[in-house]
Ligand binder design. Structure first.
Ligand SMILES: O=C(O)CCC(=O)C(=O)O
Ligand SMILES: [Fe+2]
Length: 209
């Protein structure tokens, strides 16, 4: 464990097991936060984001009435500026396997940008024809986010709805199959590092766009 102690991981994994989700603030160190956000802004500037799709590679549609985000799929070998972020993702995988008794074998991550006025309607992250997404992981990169900016993550539990503010450095993890959620309409550009811990690596996430 290079980033966080065993005690911290056990606490977070317990919350994830018990509540189906966990929120961890200041998950990225200031250096790592700057590296990831700087990388995202650079990719946005050179226009390397693509409109996100719906469904799996076999059933892919793009419909802005359901989701309006743009994504940049990450590749560990190509995007070496993000090696420390991949080290942290490896630690997440290790901790979930060890303390959550999962058998995660891989992951897929993208950078996401929701332009002002966009949202992602209620959904679950497991696809009907590709059910290997086990845990969803989202790390927000929104400096100076304030009430009124919108873009909250809404999580649906049995009889309650939780609104999670997408503030800088905050990490949310939840069980991909069990937690319906949505991204409320954002009034400002909304950025995140988003990914899924997989039961079997698919390596096809980027095809989804
Ligand atoms: O950015 C978020 O808060 C959630 C994104 C999401 O639900 C997804 O990409 O599947
Ligand atoms: Fe989602």
């Amino acid at each position: 464990m290079n980033f966080y102690s065993v005690e911290k991981w056990i606490d977070w994994v317990d919350q994830l097991s018990l509540n189906d989700y966990v929120v961890i603030d200041n998950f990225l160190s200031p250096e790592l936060y700057q590296a990831v956000r700087g990388f995202l802004l650079q990719k946005l500037e050179v226009d390397e984001f693509k409109r996100a799709g719906l469904g799996s590679a076999f059933n892919n549609q793009k419909d802005t009435s359901i989701r309006g985000d743009f994504t940049y799929w990450l590749d560990k070998d190509r995007d070496t500026l993000l090696t420390p972020a991949f080290d942290l993702i490896e630690e997440i995988k290790f901790a979930l396997n060890r303390y959550c008794f999962l058998s995660l074998t891989g992951y897929e991550f993208h950078l996401a940008c929701y332009p002002a006025g966009t949202f992602y309607k209620r959904h679950v992250d497991q696809f009907q024809d590709r059910s290997n997404r086990m845990i969803s992981v989202i790390i927000y990169l929104n400096e100076g986010w304030k009430q009124g900016d919108g873009g909250e993550l809404k999580i649906y539990k049995e009889d309650e709805e939780l609104l999670i503010d997408p503030i800088a450095g905050r990490c949310v993890m939840f069980k991909s199959a069990d937690v319906p959620h949505e991204v409320m309409k954002t009034n400002v550009g909304r950025y995140s590092l988003t990914g899924w811990m997989l039961y079997q690596p698919s390596g096809v996430g980027y095809i989804l766009g």
